[in-house]
Design a protein around this ligand. Structure first.
Ligand SMILES: [Zn+2]
Length: 752
């Protein structure tokens, strides 16, 4: 007996040990494989700032297939899938011999109990594209399932199955299926949808949802069985019907642009829908004018995040080349650069909003703008010149600004320039360099925020990168520009919600623009044809500004202008010249100036003259003759007088002086700098001390001396600049008759 036992047991132990060893060796030799098919592609997905899906595109093989982590799939759906497909998924090694045997016996008895395939095996069949109708195919499927199980966790394999299983039509994976057949994201699937969806992968062609039709009785019965298995009432699905849902198609241009990025974008869903809706309504209203396309970009100036992105009126409309993303197209900007030009001019002390500029048909050295503008306003306040977008004052400022001022500014602020500054010349002020709506939003957002240029942010959580450390324009200047552009500038933009805005119209009416700022919201509107065809309706103020205004109202973005920063002061000014009023300036106004920067020179336009009523001639002052009366006259320079005349606004001429006047022994009176004042020369500016004197009539030249040294001469109507004035200064002016006066001032300069 003993020998028999030994005889039997020994080989049994040895044999099973050998089998185990062999299996162990085989297990170790199983090669690694990738979890997903190498040529598998995914649908590009655009998500909003909350991570919700805005747009789904087709994967490379024309299928809708979204990749989502298992954690983002509704647990109800996962539970239902396991209950229906593979109850013991988490306890078998990839193959479940018991269920295979059950399936085999079932088949022998003629009862279908499924294929006995585990989820791992089903995934292996899809992953390796196996045909499992043959025994060899089935064996291969089992080995592949074991191979997958060796290298990937149960969760990963289940995730891969749920992401790639066929759910009818060209829909693969539970995420695309729940959007397509239930109108839900897969994280929101409840019991009825889950139970309906889990039936699809086994027979996608047969069970593919038929919208509005009754289900097969077999499918209904299977759903009821699954409901019971999951512990629910089997009546729960009695009235469940498939509904047609289009896959989300919001912000298609941005979806295409960000197709390789899967995380949350910066898009605000509510804002995007409001913008798309407003644009749609607006285009219906203006279609009679031949307007059919527009682009809108909404940006938060503080974070530089893009909140709304509309690249064309309709992505799917071939008639308007809807697929062209105008947000990234270089277009001609018209007057949109002017606010930055005025900002620089203010920063360089050339003007403040009330400064009188000449809107004159002037000729420039290398540029003749007369074709641009046949009408002109004559003298115009800087604020009005900017608000009304006058070309001629802008060109004149362009000439006065130092260096390649505007060119350098725009380039550093984010406009990619195709050519050097000389290519554009003065015409840059009128929009000679093309820019994209995105670039425009970039430079206006920095104007609305802290003046530091940063590219726009499209990915949630990303910080905008500063392109410079210092602001391009000071806080005071930025505020002044916004104030000049305020819609309700005539009222009080700090008291009521408003926006600051600038319009642009390209030459030949090809592009109409409007860009608005309110609070932290910047809205860029472009209207035109993407192929560049012109239309007389494409005029910024007429066609783009109304849409921009409507967008501000519809998105509830309007806020009052913030209060002025400390550098900005409200001062009393002569209403005619915008200068510091003298005793003879009768019309006065208040205006904003930048402390220590803005030109604040006393008004020398309004002067008192004495007129002999009998002759109408100016005479020397006297109070013993009742026929000699004092009058206030405006002493315009010949250039301005000519300008008024050309503009059809002739000024009253100053009474001619009687001969006696030339013998007046009035010494020139220094108006600027003012006696015993402290002057600060601003950091970075190359500005000197502005010297101006009121000369007696008949004087043709003034000679200036600083601390006893001859500095130079000028006409009485001109200001003289003392460039290197510093410390305690004594300024001395002498007219051409040798009469003189002097003032002492203190000039502070920043330490180099
Ligand atoms: Zn005045």
């Amino acid at each position: 007996m003993k020998s028999l036992r030994t005889f039997l047991i020994k080989p049994l132990i040895l044999g099973s040990g050998g089998v185990l060893l062999l299996m162990g060796v085989l297990w170790l030799t199983i090669p690694r494989c990738e979890l997903y098919r190498e040529d598998l592609t995914w649908s590009p997905v655009l998500r909003d700032r909350e991570g919700q899906i805005l747009n789904v595109g087709l994967a490379g093989d024309e299928r809708y297939r979204l990749r989502v982590p298992l954690a983002e799939i509704s647990p109800t759906m996962v539970k239902a899938t396991l209950a229906f497909e593979d109850e013991h998924y988490f306890s078998h090694p990839g193959v479940n011999p018991l269920s295979m045997m059950r399936a085999l016996f079932g088949r022998l008895q003629g009862i279908s109990r499924g294929g006995g395939s585990t989820i791992s095996m089903q995934y292996a069949r899809m992953r390796f594209q196996l045909s499992t109708r043959t025994v060899a195919g089935k064996m291969q499927q089992m080995l592949r399932a074991i191979q997958l199980e060796k290298y990937y966790s149960k969760e990963k394999i289940l995730e891969a199955y749920l992401n790639t299983a066929p759910y009818g039509g060209n829909v693969e994976g539970v995420a695309a299926a729940s959007l397509r057949w239930c109108g839900l994201e897969c994280s929101d699937l409840q019991v009825p949808e889950s139970v309906a969806l889990v039936m699809l992968p086994q027979r996608p062609a047969l069970r593919r949802p038929r919208i509005g039709q009754d289900e097969h009785a077999g499918t209904m019965a299977a759903r009821k069985r699954l409901l019971v298995k999951l512990g629910h009432n089997d009546e729960m699905l009695a009235d469940y019907r498939w509904e047609a849902h289009l896959l989300p198609r919001i912000a298609p241009h941005l979806a295409r642009r960000m197709r390789s990025y899967d995380g949350p974008s910066t898009i605000d869903r509510k804002m995007q829908s409001a913008v798309e809706g407003t644009l749609h309504d607006y285009l219906i209203r203006v279609q009679e004018k031949g307007v059919s396309n527009a682009a809108v970009l909404v940006v938060n100036s503080s974070s530089r995040e893009v909140l709304s992105y509309v690249g064309s009126a309709d992505f799917f409309d071939a008639k308007i080349d809807g697929q062209v993303d105008v947000i990234r197209a270089k277009r001609s900007p018209g007057s949109l650069y002017k606010p930055f030009l005025y900002g620089m001019a203010m920063e360089q002390g050339l003007l403040h909003p009330q400064t009188l500029l000449a809107d004159a048909p002037l000729r420039f050295r290398d540029y003749n703008p007369e074709n641009y503008e046949r009408d002109f306003l004559g003298p115009v306040k800087a604020g009005e010149a900017l608000f009304r977008s006058r070309n001629l004052p802008a060109l004149s400022l362009m000439q006065r600004i130092k260096g390649h001022g505007l060119y350098d500014y725009l380039q550093q602020a984010g406009i990619a320039m195709k050519h050097g500054p000389d290519h554009y010349g003065l015409a840059l002020a009128l929009g000679a360099a093309a820019a994209t709506p995105e670039e425009m939003a970039t430079i206006y957002a920095s104007l609305a925020d802290d003046g530091i240029p940063r590219p726009l942010v499209f990915r949630r959580g990303e910080m905008a990168q500063s392109l410079r450390r210092m602001p391009m324009l000071s806080e005071g200047t930025r505020w002044m520009v916004r104030q000049m552009l305020a819609e309700t500038a005539s009222r009080d933009p700090m008291a009521e919600p408003t926006y600051s805005f600038k319009t642009g119209t390209s030459q030949g009416f090809r592009d109409a623009w409007a860009i608005g700022i309110s609070g932290q919201t910047v809205i860029v509107v472009w209207v035109g044809h993407s192929d560049g065809r012109s239309n007389p309706s494409f005029e910024g103020r007429g066609i783009a500004a109304p849409l921009m205004s409507e967008l501000f109202h519809r998105t509830n973005a309007l806020q009052p202008l913030p209060p002025p920063p400390p550098q900005v002061r409200k001062v009393e000014l002569c209403a005619v010249t915008g200068m510091i009023p003298c005793e003879h300036c009768r019309h006065r106004t208040t205006g904003w100036v930048l402390a220590g920067v803005s030109p604040i020179v006393p008004c020398d336009l309004h002067r008192l003259v004495w007129v002999d009523q009998r002759t109408g001639m100016r005479v020397a002052p006297r109070d013993d003759d009742p026929m000699v009366k004092a009058e206030i006259c405006e002493f315009w320079t010949p250039e301005f007088l000519e300008l008024f005349r050309l503009a059809g606004l002739p000024r009253r001429s100053i009474p001619e002086s009687a001969e006696v006047l030339s013998q007046s022994n009035e010494a020139p009176q220094i108006l600027s700098p003012m006696r015993d004042h402290l002057y600060q020369i601003v950091q970075g500016s190359e500005q000197g001390l502005i010297c101006k004197a009121k000369a007696a009539a008949g004087v043709s030249r003034l000679f200036w001396f600083g601390n006893g040294v001859f500095l130079g001469s000028c006409k009485p109507s001109e200001a003289f600049i003392w460039n290197d004035a510093s410390g305690p200064c004594e300024l001395h002016v002498m007219d051409d008759r040798g009469l003189s006066s002097r003032v002492a001032v203190m000039v502070e300069r920043p330490q180099p």
